[in-house]
Design a protein around this ligand. Sequence first.
Ligand SMILES: Nc1nc2c(ncn2[C@@H]2O[C@H](COP(=O)(O)OP(=O)(O)OP(=O)(O)O)[C@@H](O)[C@H]2O)c(=O)[nH]1
Ligand SMILES: [Mg+2]
Length: 390
Amino acid sequence: MIWFFNKKKKEEQPSEVLTEQAADNAAPDNAIDDTVAADGTPTEAAAEEVALAAAPQEMPAPPDAAAVTAQTSAPLMEKPDTKQGWFARLKSGLSLSSGKLAGGIADIFTKRKLDQSALDELEELLITADLGPATAAKLTAAIAKNRFDKEVTGEEIRTALADEIEKILTPVEKPLFTIDAKPFVILMVGVNGTGKTTTIGKLGQQFTREGKKVMLAAGDTFRAAAVAQLKVWGERIGCPVMAKDEGADAAALAYEALDRAEAEGADILMMDTAGRLQNKANLMEELSKIVRVIRKKNAAAPHAIVLVLDATVGQNAHSQLELFKEMVAITGLIVTKLDGTAKGGVLVSLAERFQMPVHAIGIGEGIDDLRPFAAADYARAIVGLDAASD
Ligand SMILES: Nc1nc2c(ncn2[C@@H]2O[C@H](COP(=O)(O)OP(=O)(O)OP(=O)(O)O)[C@@H](O)[C@H]2O)c(=O)[nH]1
Ligand SMILES: [Mg+2]
């Protein structure tokens, strides 16, 4: 499994890229355009609708301790790391998405020529599978090339589709750790409920298992339950969790956490953040302040600002990415909950539109259901093909 900085890859993944991004972390002066929606079309405050605007009184009551424990009590799966083992789980995790695509392709291409109406149906299928209109058009055109008006089989189309999807995904397959920093500071951001805290827990467990010294910081000081949830993960992992009381200044916590991580020689500091505050302006101010304060202490940190996106929201993930890109300099994505949705195509449309690194994907609630993103595997699994034999 490739999570960590690989010195051989240094030339491919120049540290300057990250440093440049980190150097530009201050929030922009210009206000967020409230009127930009998922697909870039103007709609009224569409982005804010993505659950950021929820006023505190509208928020659900904090879960009790038992609920918090239940939320973090996903099975501790210790599955072998063989390529086939992981691919089988990826394929089964993506089965809702691949079922839709493979089923649709089989219906369209039963003893049929690849004529214009077949292409139109294919394009429509790709759009309904959340690949988005632009990506669907691009993929359909690529598949039509050299095949137009010829007899094709569903299997042939699926293979061609996987090849084209892989071309889109390969440039965004980037490891989370691109430079050799200690502590490597990761800020996890995203709308509430996307899986930030769980992802930190899963990563923390995996990194610890690989011998890394991990520290967590409970930067979602907005909700007491969020702090409790991260503490449960810390106990499970056996790593320290820096936390303050509900309502405490998250930026001050970030500063102290970095201070302690440096003093104690932690390899990795992962910081949770609030998914929502009273409104978008507050969240923007909070995130940019956290980054500013961290940079005062270490100009190169945070080394990664990872946006966690929930695949089940489909194309709304686009508006979440646009929104957070305006708040802080996002360096990469982790896409979760791909197991519970037929909308796995959204990852392809995100890659095509934003070319933002995808570090990892979540295909379940178990610790090992979060893995580094592999373009070729994803491309084949999402159309229901087996792993490429290499
Ligand atoms: N099926 C599935 N569930 C997931 C995955 N990742 C996270 N979850 C679940 O999603 C739910 C929300 O996850 P959290 O980690 O609490 O989300 P969050 O972003 O921290 O939410 P807030 O703290 O409210 O902002 C939990 O029940 C997780 O177990 C995944 O890849 N697959
Ligand atoms: Mg959380």
